[in-house]
Design a protein around this ligand. Structure first.
Ligand code: NAD
Length: 269
């Protein structure tokens, strides 16, 4: 059993983690942390997610509940909150764990986190989906195995019509993995124009499709002459990030101090 507090509990991810955590018999939700502006609109996490018997308090001061928790799951949208919570946990003699899903941390924030994590165990991953992290690993393996064997690499992603950035952060990470594994540097986005010599082999193509309510699909195609390998991940809902965070919380409890990511949680190193 892991006793979990959720920071950013009133946010989209925080509520989802609270609901899924409550349904998980290996997880006890012991508290919610919120910004001082929001913390008092609900007294308990149960009230927030419509479960009367869940009486865990919501507070803006983590030190009030620090003794209750084994692991803090951090999904606030505030890098300052992430760092202030990490400083407190690093200084705590009981070596609680922390799972950080919050994005937008600066290089300086990450450096400080690396320093602090010498004193307590932290999982930090901007994409907590179990499947996406497995996809990263499979893409790396496939790219290494097929390197210099005549396979062209194309990355195709599709997201809903409201998405603000293209290509997705996950596609960008996939391209980074491919570049490292193959040594190919050139990346072509949305290919267009004349190719009298055909497709150059020393480039990676990236295509961002947008439409409807697609949560997030990513496919990496390795195309050779006469055969093709395709690796695909399809996200059906944001629950996958919450489930990944809960798995990470179970994993990080009682781990030695250090900075880990989802590859460690999934045993993919
Ligand atoms: P959201 O805006 O719905 O929720 C954020 C919550 O954090 C809000 O309730 C806000 O009041 C709260 N908050 C602000 N300051 C706080 C503080 N000082 N202490 C505690 N709580 C505070 O956002 P969201 O969609 O739930 O996403 C939250 C974060 O998680 C974002 O950074 C987002 O990019 C990231 N995210 C990561 C993953 C992943 O897999 N790692 C997946 C989805 C979202």
């Amino acid at each position: 059993m892991v006793r979990v507090a959720i920071s950013g509990v009133m946010g989209r991810m925080g509520r989802t983690i609270a609901k899924l955590g409550y349904e998980d018999r290996d997880v006890e939700i012991v508290a919610g942390i919120e910004s001082p502006d929001c913390a008092h609109s609900h007294d308990t996490v149960g009230e927030l997610i419509g479960v009367k018997e869940l009486k865990s308090p919501i507070t803006s001061d983590i030190s009030e509940v620090i003794d209750l928790l084994d692991v803090l799951i951090e999904f606030s949208n505030s890098p300052e909150a992430v760092l202030s919570h990490a400083r407190l946990l690093a200084a705590d003699k009981n070596k609680k764990g922390m799972v950080i899903g919050t994005t937008g941390l600066s290089d300086g924030d990450i450096k400080e986190l690396e320093e602090l994590s010498k004193d307590f165990p932290v999982v930090f991953a901007p994409n907590m989906s179990i499947g996406v992290n497995l996809l990263f690993k499979l893409v790396e393996e496939a790219a290494k195995a097929l390197k210099d064997k005549g396979f062209d690499i194309e990355v195709v992603e599709m997201h809903h019509r409201f998405k603000k950035d293209a290509p997705s952060g996950t596609a960008v990470k996939i391209v980074d993995i491919l570049k490292k594994a193959t040594g190919i540097e050139k990346v072509v986005y949305g290919r267009q124009g004349d190719y009298p010599e055909g497709r150059p082999s020393d480039e990676i193509g990236v295509f961002a499709l947008r439409g409807g309510d697609v949560v997030g699909d990513h496919t990496v195609i390795f195309a050779g002459l006469g055969e093709r390998v395709e690796l695909t991940h399809k996200a059906g809902s944001r629950d996958i990030f919450a489930r990944g965070a809960i798995e990470a919380a179970k994993w990080v409890k009682d781990k030695p101090a250090g900075l880990y990511d989802m590859m460690d949680v999934l045993g993919l190193r």
